[in-house]
Design a protein around this ligand. Structure first.
Ligand code: ADP
Ligand code: ADP
Length: 228
């Protein structure tokens, strides 16, 4: 599903964020990416959906060679990757349902199919009764559920999440985690950067630890491994 071969990233200011990453993530895996602040987790994750371009190396995502990908093919790639952010990034003037529908409108899905699928994914995330609320009428946890619904609505092969529980209290974080688990149980690959020690230690999934731009640990049923 995702392969990185000797991937390096140096930002224009000279900061070397990743220094020779080699990794393979299979279809259906659930992977936590952990490590101290500044370790390179976000860069690692952003490379996967070509938000950041690599300096050297090769990345394959669902068969696409990201460096060779022509600009006009990027929407095709993005359709296969759902992204969830720490700060939700919902459009404030659109309702929950419209935020989710928007992701299907941009790929020009038929109106009838949009309505049906929006209802389906809003049920999946437990918000079947909140369709017409604006983001500011929803709690943080509910807003993140909307963001997760938006990420899965086009049936992506992989969900990439950067600190998705970073702004949520522990109980709400667990609720979001259960939504991700449900999505993973349906076969979607999930890659999640996180500082949530309790969740990582309880879930016992694959853990990739990044420090100083290198993978320093990669365990099948791993633990968080840091004190914070
Ligand atoms: P993490 O997510 O683990 O905190 P990041 O990938 O955000 O790590 O950052 C890795 C390193 O790259 C840090 O030193 C950070 O300051 C630097 N960095 C991240 N983004 C940029 C950028 N856009 N421009 C320059 N340096 C950056
Ligand atoms: P329209 O009036 O053309 O449907 P809206 O901006 O109100 O436009 O909504 C855009 C899309 O958002 C709709 O086509 C529909 O797919 C989705 N949507 C909005 N509200 C709901 C809802 N309550 N239930 C299901 N889907 C909805």
């Amino acid at each position: 599903m995702i392969e990185m071969h000797d991937v390096w990233k140096t930002y224009p200011n000279g900061v070397s964020a990743l220094n020779g990453i080699n990794v393979k993530i299979d279809r259906g895996e659930f992977v936590y990416v952990v490590g101290p602040s500044g370790a390179g987790k976000s860069t690692f994750i952003k490379l996967m959906y070509r938000e950041v371009r690599l300096t050297k190396g090769r990345i394959l995502v669902n068969g696409y060679n990201l460096e060779r990908l022509k600009e006009h093919k990027i929407p095709l790639l993005r359709r296969q990757i759902g992204v969830v952010f720490q700060d939700f990034k919902l459009l404030p003037q659109l309702t929950a349902a419209e935020n989710v529908a928007f992701a299907m409108e941009v790929i020009e899905a038929p109106t009838k199919k949009i309505r049906q699928r929006v209802n389906e994914v809003m049920e999946l995330v437990g918000l079947g009764d909140r369709l017409n609320q604006l983001p500011n009428q929803l709690s943080g946890g509910e807003q993140q559920r909307v963001a997760v619904a938006r990420a899965v609505v086009n049936n992506p092969a992989v969900i990439i999440a950067d600190e998705p529980t970073g702004n949520l209290d522990p109980e709400t974080s667990w609720e979001i985690m259960h939504v991700f688990k449900k999505i993973n149980d349906q076969g979607t690959t999930i890659v999640m950067a996180t500082h949530n020690k309790e969740i990582v230690n309880t879930m016992k999934r694959r853990v990739i630890a990044v420090e100083g731009g290198r993978i320093v640990r990669d365990e099948r049923q791993g633990a968080y491994g840091y004190d914070d």
